[in-house]
Design a protein around this ligand. Sequence first.
Ligand code: ASP
Length: 594
Amino acid sequence: MALDYTKRSHTCGGISAADVEGEVILCGWIRHVRDLGGIIFLRLWDRYGESQVVVDPEHAPGAHRIASGCHLEYVVALRGVVRYRPEDQIRPDQPTGEVEVLTDELEVLSPAKPLPFPISDEAPTNEELRLRHRYLDLRRGPMTEMLRFRHRFMLQMRNWLSKAGFLEIETPVLTRSTPEGARDFLVPSRVYPGCFYALPQSPQMYKQLLMVSGADRYFQIARCFRDEDARADRQAEFTQLDLEMSFASVEDVLGITEGLFSHLWRELLGIEIPAPWPRMTYGEALDRFGTDKPDTRFDLELVTLSDVFRETELSFIKGPLDEGGVVRGLRVPGQAGASRKTLAAWENIAKSAGVGGLVWIKWPDDGSWSSSIKKHLTDEAVSELRGVSRAEPGDLLLLAAGPAGRVNTALSRLRLHLAAELELIPEGSWDFLWVVEFPLFETDEKGNLTSSHHPFTMPHPDDLDRLESDPLSVRSASYDIVINGVEIASGSPRIHDREVQRRIFRTLGLSDEAVEERFGFFLEGLSYGTPPHAGIAPGLDRLIALMLNRENIREVIPFPKTLRAFDPLTGAPATVDDNQLAELGIQVRKIGSD
Ligand code: ASP
């Protein structure tokens, strides 16, 4: 009679000394075969662990015949008896390391073709191949660990929020455009030819309307879709914890978020996170670190040195200063001895962010100084630079000149590089930070005003009167979470007053007709009794990648897409049948043709 795999008695990770002399039925994948000519040793794997299996030709010739035809990753079922391993094979560090199973009966449930890459803890270097065979990649140890962690993470989060009074409510994926600053993914409608659904960039408007409904405390593990250009820490579809609270202050949302994160860190990593987390304004973050998502685990702060160069004749400094730019610097402690080659490498990093070059000044321990612009610096200027940057003997100062945005980008990128190269980040440290008071608006490449976050963000109450006259100076009441320099979440109190919402839309250059057409339903909703409300939405893929210390978010998404939003597994996106297109009333044109 065939072996009944439905009667599996243990998982591969589930046998122990307590089972010795007991009969077991195991099912799993053959991860490793060692054929000693007579006895065959198998390592049988399932997601719970591995068991050592012995197939002895003397003991079970039938099973041995089958085992000798088995290859890696065959799925088998076996019946056997658990026994202690010989002394020299005991692996005390492994859960099943004391025991093995002597096989009586073996059956192949499913063979496997030769593998495109070995299943081991080490990831194959060809990522496209990994993604094409993601089902195999997910059999690797770090990936099964990730799947388990993700599951536990979601469970802990759901339970904690549920206990805190939040309702989990689903909102549609086929909907209208919800602006979050990216392009929409569109889905054509068959029933309404020429009309399209948009996939949500976030459930923002729905969650606000849920507050109008009286949901009071809502959350959702929401899939969001943004058609953006490739970035290592972005995916076209990703998962957010979307959260909204009625009658809530900023402090309430921050408090809930800190509570939830503390819980997750404690339960999942065994780490206590001190709360409340520090807060820093956007302005201060740019000033001190050159970025709105500073990694505050190490110092290396930026300093502004424009004043020292007011009289300079050096064209590559004078030029930018005359055009309203800045000179900023980064003091690097103890690096006065940096070689020409090292300095050139650091300069290249700054240049890749768009500045013309880096100037260096060194103060060696002997009290002298040297610089790449030595001829153009007076002793007074050097001592001023030293004073402002608080350089000590042995330090190096790196300077960049140009438009403020570019200088900040260059120096903040360099700062991160230096931290890694000089090992300035304490191992295992966690730095939680709220960045607050972002500008409400920014300008896009074409110079148009856009929302820094989304148009439903409450302006800072002190700045409301400048909304029309000087919109770029208006701060928002928003808050971002930055952990170890990674932006994890944005949130804000929302505009619950229809009139303020209309003013924002007008400031963004939307005509009343356009507003009515795109957001009429939403403004209508706000007019039937809207409680003041506020919320936040942490990106869960980034958060999990941080917690698991994984390089990029593709490592923690079960089925991610490539940087070019391609799915090598299914081949999506793909062309579709002419019939399907005809049904949708769609004709595909070659780009560039009429
Ligand atoms: N909807 C926002 C986002 O996706 C988050 C929020 O404001 O709650 O970033």
